[in-house]
Design a protein around this ligand. Structure first.
Ligand SMILES: Nc1ncnc2c1ncn2[C@@H]1O[C@H](COP(=O)(O)OP(=O)(O)OP(=O)(O)O)[C@@H](O)[C@H]1O
Length: 240
């Protein structure tokens, strides 16, 4: 679904990614872990086209993204749920969700169907659909951001630290929602600082450090474990 090959990217002369590679298979749930300022958000920006790589290749659903502008990438089926849980506070929950369908606003029947699906997945949003989004809790805002992305009917969902600043119980709810989306056939790239949550949901883990892959492993019986990962994640020693 998504392949990053030796991406070199940054801001002006400030290089952040130094040959970063990553693969999200169709239907896969891949987690990208790393500390503050290691290049996780920059990776997501490169994928959606907000940062242009100086070197390397991004292939999405079989197409080279080099000449595809950011606006076109959303229409091709990738959607970013940005960090920060930003919502349009003065607009209702439903109006916020519907903004995700802006590029296909003529498809009234399809949009109604997708809205129904999103409400079935997040009943709390249905209950609060008329409420101003500013009134929502952090967890509800995260659900709203995910729902807005889903209204664009993505093939690949990119999530930037969905667990940030949420209580453990709410993180569990978000994790359950992510697993359910994957069960529906969506491919997901989850950027996280919450190692436990990532290990619970992902089937493959990358750790980024200083703009490079420091560690990568499948999750599971014979794959990566919490102790091992913690050692790499917290900066024990470099790999490869
Ligand atoms: N728009 C920008 N212009 C210049 N430098 C930037 C810009 N955005 C990010 N950076 C720098 O790039 C580096 C990597 O940032 P990035 O946001 O990719 O890190 P991150 O791994 O997502 O960290 P965090 O978990 O804190 O969000 C940081 O040193 C940051 O200061």
């Amino acid at each position: 679904m998504l392949k990053l090959e030796n991406i070199v990217a940054g801001y002006g002369k400030n290089r952040i990614l130094h040959g970063f590679s990553l693969h999200v298979p169709k239907g896969g749930l891949v987690a990208l872990l790393g500390g503050n300022g290691t290049g996780k958000s920059t990776t997501l920006k490169a994928i959606v086209g907000l940062v242009t790589p100086q070197e390397g290749r991004i292939v999405f659903d079989g197409a080279d993204m080099a000449r595809v502008p950011a606006e076109a990438r959303a229409g091709m089926g990738m959607s970013l749920v940005p960090q920060g849980k930003e919502v349009f506070g003065g607009m209702s929950v439903e109006e916020n969700i519907l903004m995700g369908a802006y590029h296909r606003r003529a498809d009234k029947a399809g949009i109604a169907q997708d809205l129904e699906q999103v409400y079935a997945r997040f009943p709390r949003l249905r209950e609060r659909r008329k409420v101003a989004a500013a009134m929502l809790s952090g967890g509800e805002r995260q659900m709203l951001s995910i729902s807005r992305s889903l209204l664009s009917r993505p093939k690949l969902l990119l999530l930037d630290e969905p667990s940030a600043a949420l209580a453990p119980k709410v993180v569990e709810e978000i994790a359950d929602a992510i697993v359910a989306l994957r069960a529906d056939g969506l491919s997901l790239l989850l950027v996280e600082q919450n190692v436990g949550m990532a290990l619970d949901v992902a089937d493959y883990i990358y750790v980024i450090r200083a703009g490079r892959v420091a560690y990568e492993r499948p999750v599971g019986d014979e794959g990566v474990g919490m102790d091992e990962l913690r050692q790499f994640y917290l900066g024990g020693h470099d790999h490869g």
